[in-house]
Design a protein around this ligand. Structure first.
Ligand SMILES: NC(=O)c1ccc[n+]([C@@H]2O[C@H](COP(=O)([O-])OP(=O)(O)OC[C@H]3O[C@@H](n4cnc5c(N)ncnc54)[C@H](O)[C@@H]3O)[C@@H](O)[C@H]2O)c1
Length: 171
């Protein structure tokens, strides 16, 4: 059973939340957003998702996009910081990501918050898509555009409100 919900922002339709049972519709949905096959895509994930599910997602994304890279960081809240964001920026620069390219946040709230913040700030803002994989991130953190990282021991001290282009859940 598929379900689609449109999220409005400041009175206008802003992005869709798709609730699916697999990744079959993902490429088509990215195409609908206007992304051609030569857009570069960076899938950002953590070490647990990397081992469990990244291959399956990469396979679907690579079936349409020609330039797909991934960036993985160790799982855990303690990695949700500016140092991890810096490493992600470097990865994007090394792979020549420009304003037209896209980040996919593939993971729980830690991955989503950090990727959203990197998307909001890299080149003053590039598109990002949320693929939330924990219950918390599916019902809460992937929706609403709150992005950010922790600083020292202070939670969510630096961030931005930045909306995703799509939220795609594979239950
Ligand atoms: N932006 C917001 O509005 C908002 C709202 C609430 C919480 N948050 C943030 O969300 C974060 C917490 O999110 P969380 O609870 O998802 O934590 P998390 O992202 O750390 O994920 C919890 C653990 O589950 C693992 N995991 C993720 N998906 C999995 C899967 N499909 N199968 C097996 N393991 C999986 C992760 O690797 C991690 O070890 C906090 O940083 C919090 O500040 C943000």
């Amino acid at each position: 059973m598929s379900k689609s919900i449109t999220v409005s922002y400041e009175g206008k339709p802003c992005y869709s939340i798709l609730i699916e049972q697999d990744y079959k519709k993902l490429s088509e949905e990215l195409r609908v957003l206007g992304y051609g096959p030569d857009r570069k895509i960076c899938i950002v994930t953590d070490s647990n998702l990397f081992h469990l599910h990244l291959k399956e997602l990469e396979h679907m994304v690579k079936s349409y996009f020609n330039n797909v890279v991934s960036f993985c960081f160790p799982a855990g809240e303690e990695q949700k910081n500016l140092e991890t964001v810096r490493k992600l920026y470097e990865h994007l620069i090394k792979n020549r990501f420009d304003r037209h390219d896209v980040l996919i946040a593939f993971g729980g709230g830690v991955v989503g918050d950090l990727t959203g913040f990197a998307a909001a700030t890299y080149l003053r803002g590039i598109d990002f898509v949320q693929i939330p994989t924990t219950l918390l991130s599916q019902v809460d953190s992937s929706i609403g555009g709150k992005t950010g990282v922790d600083v020292s021991r202070y939670k969510n001290m630096v961030g931005a409100f930045y909306q995703p282009k799509l939220v795609y859940m594979n239950l």
